[in-house]
Design a protein around this ligand. Structure first.
Ligand SMILES: O=C([C@H](O)CO)[C@H](O)[C@H](O)COP(=O)(O)O
Length: 206
């Protein structure tokens, strides 16, 4: 099981400081959408250069022009790039084709998807990695619940990453669902002591 650290709503310096502190406890490093919008593909390139042994996830949240954006992410050094589940099937297929060509992976973000039929379709298109995502804005009205966590049950061939306000309190509940990857952002990046929090959370994985 991987711990993916999501670097969101941070400056470049804050990203590198956080990585310096938490790196031993983090398996996958996510360059958040907002950080990419601020600093462009350059920050993906820089993080990969500094952390070659880590899996770098570019949270591009692609929803169109899939070929171009997947190439952008992989050329910058990302190992995984994210694509929205509601994208046209052609976009999903195009990004999967690029990933195959680069020997990299696509993570399909299920944000906003409530019908399991879409998951069935995605699997038919060749998707094998998804993120169950309870969005930042949705977190103002609640938290990732049992219903959302059960959404991918019955899809044993699909690797599931779970994201959305996961913290030290909710992590044990998430871990019980045995996800492939747990994505944690603000619980670590906004913690008083990010290193201690990352160590604590990673310790709960065992
Ligand atoms: O993808 C994310 C979100 O859409 C903001 O861009 C975050 O990486 C994800 O939600 C994890 O962050 P936290 O919710 O702060 O744990």
């Amino acid at each position: 099981m991987n711990l993916q650290l999501a670097l969101d709503r941070l400056t470049r310096d804050e990203c590198f400081q956080l990585l310096k502190e938490t790196e031993p406890y983090v398996d996958w490093i996510e360059i958040g959408t907002g950080v990419i919008k601020e600093y462009g593909m350059e920050i993906v390139r820089e993080v990969k250069e500094c952390y070659r042994e880590k899996v770098i996830v570019a949270d591009m949240k692609t929803c169109d022009a899939g070929t171009h954006e997947a190439i952008q992410a992989f050329e910058a050094g990302a190992d995984i790039t994210t694509v929205m589940a509601f994208s046209a099937d052609q976009t999903i297929l195009d990004t999967l084709e690029v990933a195959k060509r680069y020997n990299k992976q696509i993570m399909i973000d299920l944000l906003g998807v409530t019908n399991q039929n879409r998951l069935i379709e995605l699997q038919r298109l060749g998707v094998n990695l998804v993120s169950l995502h309870f969005g930042k804005d949705m977190q103002k009205q609640g938290e990732l619940g049992a219903e959302q966590l059960a959404f991918t049950t019955g899809f044993p061939d699909v690797k599931v990453a779970v994201a959305g306000g996961i913290n030290v309190t909710s992590l044990p509940r998430v871990l019980k669902t045995n996800p492939h990857t747990v994505i944690v952002g603000s619980a670590i990046t906004k913690a008083d002591n990010p290193k201690q929090t990352a160590a604590h959370m990673k310790g709960l994985f065992n």
